[in-house]
Design a protein around this ligand. Structure first.
Ligand code: IMP
Ligand code: MG
Length: 181
């Protein structure tokens, strides 16, 4: 499918930029005297974390995890596998998990349990998007960019079959889109 034919724009580039800056200000205020390590969840959170990082006014480090959840490209199964673990220990540190979107919440639920077991001093979540209607487990999200309706979205890091991550806005994926080779 042609990039130009992707569905309706849900969140414009300007709105994303403004909201990410606000989140950066809020996080900077909350983590002034902390030992912040932002954990980006690959690959969807890459664009968001790159912008968020540059809006922070406090010292911070970043690290990444890659997880795969078994299931189709539109639905998460809750069975999560770690494909890439953190490079550094987080014991005693203030961890902020940075996600692109919380849908069922199953991936994040697993991640939080896994990271909590490593004894960080604190652990919070910052997600660009959330779909409250789809939630299957209750996840405390400390920082949320936007609440969106129950639709599948792409762009600004989010993909469908690995495509559309490069869009600088968030768009609704038309229901009938099929993965292209
Ligand atoms: P969850 O485990 O159901 O919360 O799913 C989380 C993961 O599914 C996210 O990190 C995304 O990678 C993916 N995902 C969920 N909804 C969407 C969407 O609307 N567009 C693109 N990816 C999505
Ligand atoms: Mg993801």
């Amino acid at each position: 499918m042609d990039q130009a034919s992707i569905g309706e724009v849900l969140i414009s580039s300007d709105d994303l930029e403004r909201r990410v800056r606000e989140l950066g200000t809020e996080i900077s205020r909350d983590y002034r005297d902390k030992d912040l390590v932002m954990v980006g969840v690959l690959r969807g959170a890459v664009v968001f974390i790159a912008d968020l990082l540059r809006s922070l006014e406090v010292p911070c480090e970043i690290d990444f995890m890659a997880v795969s959840s078994y299931g189709s490209s539109r639905d998460s199964s809750g069975v999560v596998r770690i494909l890439k673990d953190l490079d550094d220990p987080i014991t005693g540190r203030d961890v902020l998990i940075v996600e692109d979107i919380v849908d069922s919440g199953l991936t994040l639920n697993y991640l939080m349990r896994n990271l909590r077991a490593r004894d960080p001093s604190s652990i919070e979540v910052c997600s660009l998007l959330t779909k409250p209607e789809r939630r299957r487990v209750d996840i405390p999200i400390r920082y949320t960019g936007f609440e969106i309706p129950n639709t599948f979205v792409v762009g600004y890091g989010l993909d469908f079959a690995q495509r559309y991550r490069n869009l600088d806005y968030v768009a609704v994926l038309p229901e009938d889109t099929v993965p292209t080779l």
